[in-house]
Design a protein around this ligand. Structure first.
Ligand code: PEP
Length: 253
């Protein structure tokens, strides 16, 4: 057993208006009030961060954002700064989600700049990495993961990365209903930990939480969590319904 504290994180993507987000968060707060020895995070869309913050304050649920821009402030129409997230009492920021890499030209370089901004502002980065179906088929999974980790974390020391969370999300498993087998997920997580160990040392590699993401549901979370290098989950679709998400949080029952 590792002493890494599990984290179950919900990525609401571009779903829920303010009133829907407040309603869902309110139900979730009640449903997970008794969950112990586990961290719970939800990442609503930017527009719902402030009202959801009022709902989750003082509860078992922490607030996360789905993205940010690295500059402090300025003429960057449509962007959100680290300080703006801090002002909503946001704790975590998801960086480099495959949908952002795929549809919004997120690159290793922009991911790296964003992680720097997150850490500088004492927020917790959740760095998403993962291979496409084509890359898995052509046996490039490990080289893709190696590159994404090394580029994303370029220029950091182990001290900078104490709070870092990694999310392994095979692109072919996101929103598709296909889950990586527990062995495929464990193999990737173990590989990621070995890359972290080579770059930042054993102490840090052992302490970093690596979440699995890709069609996580109440019926597959327990077997995933039983693997030695899986420390939690980043959940998309199944985080939108509070009852379903709370079943994932209570996976031990
Ligand atoms: C995600 O968006 O990070 C994700 C894993 O989505 P889903 O759970 O819907 O596959």
């Amino acid at each position: 057993m590792s002493n890494r504290r599990p984290l179950i994180a919900g990525n609401w993507k571009m779903f829920k208006t303010c009133s829907e987000a407040v309603e869902t968060a309110g139900q979730l707060v009640k449903l997970v009030a008794m969950a112990s020895d586990i961290d719970v995070m939800i990442a609503p869309p930017f527009t719902a961060l402030a009202p959801v913050s009022d709902i989750v304050r003082g509860s078992r649920v922490s607030l996360g954002a789905q993205n940010l821009f690295w500059e402090t402030e300025g003429a960057y129409t449509g962007e959100i700064s680290p300080a703006m997230l801090v002002s909503t009492e946001c704790k975590y920021v998801i960086i480099g989600h495959s949908e952002r890499r795929q549809y919004f030209d997120e690159t290793g370089e922009t991911v790296n700049k964003k992680i720097k901004a997150v850490i500088k502002n004492n927020l917790i980065p959740v760095l998403c990495v993962g291979e496409s179906e084509k890359e898995r088929e052509s046996k490039e999974t490990f080289s893709v993961l190696d590159k994404q980790i090394k580029k994303g974390l370029e220029g950091f020391s182990s001290d900078d990365l104490e709070t870092l969370v990694i999310a392994y999300e095979p692109v072919w498993a996101i929103g598709t209903g296909k889950t990586a087998s527990t062995d495929q997920a464990q193999e990737a997580h173990q590989f990621l930990r070995s890359v972290l160990e080579k770059s930042f040392g054993n102490m840090l590699a052992k302490s970093i939480r690596i979440l699995y993401g890709g069609s996580v549901k109440p019926n597959n979370i327990a077997e995933l969590m039983a693997m030695p290098d899986i420390d939690g989950a980043l959940v998309g679709g199944a985080s939108l319904d509070p009852e379903t998400f709370s079943k994932i949080v209570h996976f031990k029952k």
